[in-house]
Design a protein around this ligand. Structure first.
Ligand SMILES: Cc1cc2nc3c(=O)[nH]c(=O)nc-3n(C[C@H](O)[C@H](O)[C@H](O)COP(=O)(O)O)c2cc1C
Length: 195
């Protein structure tokens, strides 16, 4: 795992993939699943995410103001779904999923090293929209698995995309848009108002 600039790290969530949210209280890290997250600002690098009230993650975020967003790949689909369908106040999901953890650089929740990238973040602002809380947070550190990230995710990074229920899509191939042809120029129309 290598550390990269937090700004570059924002590209980890460019593709709208599912992430794992780690929060911590009294030495115990809890992991839940999140798909409503997005880059929010470049300077400082910030992320936005939406949480519904009632989860342990929301409670711990309100209490501690720090968290890690980790990106699982397709090999963790079952574990990702489990963490998003079970509450952390009644069980230790890290132990149940046999996740391997590591201390984060700048925040207290642990990193789930089974994932391919991590954003360590501190909450800067919270607002309520409808029935959810929106957290605006600064990225303090970003870490990636070298084989999966260059200037963004590489072809190896099979990120997970939630379709609803227990259905997920994995990332398809990568296209380099600037190398692809644009539509041919439309045939010239005769002028509507000739001179
Ligand atoms: C694929 C997926 C995406 C999810 N995205 C979100 C989300 O963006 N915001 C949210 O509040 N809950 C989301 N959830 C639900 C939480 O992960 C779920 O309520 C979880 O059990 C909370 O666990 P906790 O009580 O340990 O925090 C998602 C669940 C799944 C399966």
């Amino acid at each position: 795992m290598i550390e990269i600039e937090p700004l570059l790290g924002l590209r980890m969530i460019n593709d709208g993939s599912v992430s794992l949210l780690s929060t911590r209280r009294e030495g115990k890290t809890n992991v839940s699943t999140l798909s409503w997250q997005m880059p929010l600002s470049q300077d400082p690098p910030m992320v936005g995410m939406t949480l519904k009230p009632g989860s342990l993650s929301n409670e711990l975020l309100r209490e501690t103001g720090e968290f890690v967003l980790s990106i699982p790949d397709a090999s963790l689909a079952a574990e990702t779904h489990y963490c998003g369908t079970h509450r952390g106040d009644s069980e230790d999901k890290i132990r149940a999923m046999q996740f391997v953890t590591l201390r984060a650089r700048k925040v207290s929740p642990l990193l789930v090293t089974n994932c391919i990238g991590h954003l360590e973040c501190a909450v800067r602002d919270v607002s309520k929209y409808g029935d959810c809380f929106f957290y605006a947070s600064e990225v303090l550190a970003a870490l990636v698995e070298e084989d999966y990230f260059e200037e963004g995710w590489t072809e190896n990074a099979q990120t997970l995309h939630h379709l609803g229920g227990d259905r997920y899509k994995t990332a398809g191939g990568i296209l380099e848009a600037s190398k692809l042809p644009l539509p041919k120029q439309l045939p010239k129309m005769p002028p509507l108002f000739p001179d």
